[in-house]
Design a protein around this ligand. Structure first.
Ligand SMILES: [Zn+2]
Ligand SMILES: [Zn+2]
Length: 267
């Protein structure tokens, strides 16, 4: 481990005990590795030239001792260093006691600021919903869906966006946002608006189509899908009268009906 690992991450003041233990560890490790290295070199030399003299302090005993010391010193020092680290560890970084106090104070201040921000937002939201009854009802629905919690700024921004899309006639866009926020009934309401608008649109088309049929003197047959009764679309038909079957009451498929009329007109 590099020496700069044994210092406060914030102010850089050294952890003396960890450094001392690590120094002892490095010292003994170097000696032991030196003995093992020499022993290894001598062993290789003697294999190639068995006549070489042996070194007096490199023998089986010293090699065994070096191995034992190497393992023990490293085990003991890493245990001490880890125990020491636990004292200084705060949120995954090593900090001296003074810096730990500072960080705690900073966190506390940040928490206070957060609380203050929350209170400010609550009154801001209150003022907004007071002015805007549409926003109020949507916010209330959000709160019902979220166990009475207060919607944050991003959520309210999304709600406002959906309300504006609704105003602009982009009902599907608004419905999608409501759905993402799990405001099912708001999503359903804008979708219903979308449906009503589409039906209106088709009705206008049917009026035009009936007029065209009348001017061409045509009579177009149409069959109810449910009961099979036939009706005739001609100059006497009215768009409202063509919405439901007069025999069984089933709603006609206006789109399909207008397609059939358009095909008849094209001939
Ligand atoms: Zn520090
Ligand atoms: Zn019918």
């Amino acid at each position: 481990m590099a020496a700069n690992g044994f210092q406060c991450k914030k102010c850089g003041s050294p952890f003396v005990k960890m450094r001392a233990v690590n120094g002892v560890r490095v010292f003994f490790t170097l000696i032991c590795v030196g003995i093992l290295g020499l022993a290894f070199i001598i062993m290789i030399d003697q294999v190639s030239d068995p006549m070489l003299p042996e070194m007096p302090f490199i023998n089986v005993n010293s090699v065994m001792a070096a191995l034992v010391v190497l393992v023990l010193v490293n085990l003991a020092s890493s245990q001490t260093i880890n125990a020491e680290k636990k004292k200084y560890l705060s949120n995954g970084v090593l900090l001296c006691p003074a810096c730990q106090g500072k960080v705690k104070e900073e966190q506390y201040q940040a928490h206070l600021a957060e609380e203050e921000e929350k209170i400010k937002w609550t009154s801001e939201l209150e003022a907004m919903t007071e002015k805007d009854p549409v926003l109020r009802s949507v916010v209330q629905e959000w709160q019902m869906a979220n166990d009475g919690a207060e919607p944050g700024k991003p959520v309210v921004a999304e709600l406002k966006k959906a309300i504006n899309l609704d105003k602009a006639g982009n009902f599907e866009g608004a419905a999608k946002i409501f759905e993402e926020l799990k405001l099912w009934s708001s999503a359903g309401k804008v979708r219903e608006k979308n449906r009503v608008q589409m039906v209106k649109h088709v009705t206008v088309d049917m009026n035009q189509l009936i007029e065209q049929i009348g001017s061409k003197g045509l009579a177009v047959p149409y069959k109810c899908h449910n009961c099979g009764a036939s009706i005739t679309i001609d100059k006497n038909s009215s768009a409202t009268g063509l919405k439901f079957c007069s025999y069984c009451g089933t709603a006609y498929n206006i789109e399909e009906m207008s397609k059939i009329v358009q095909e008849a007109l094209a001939i």
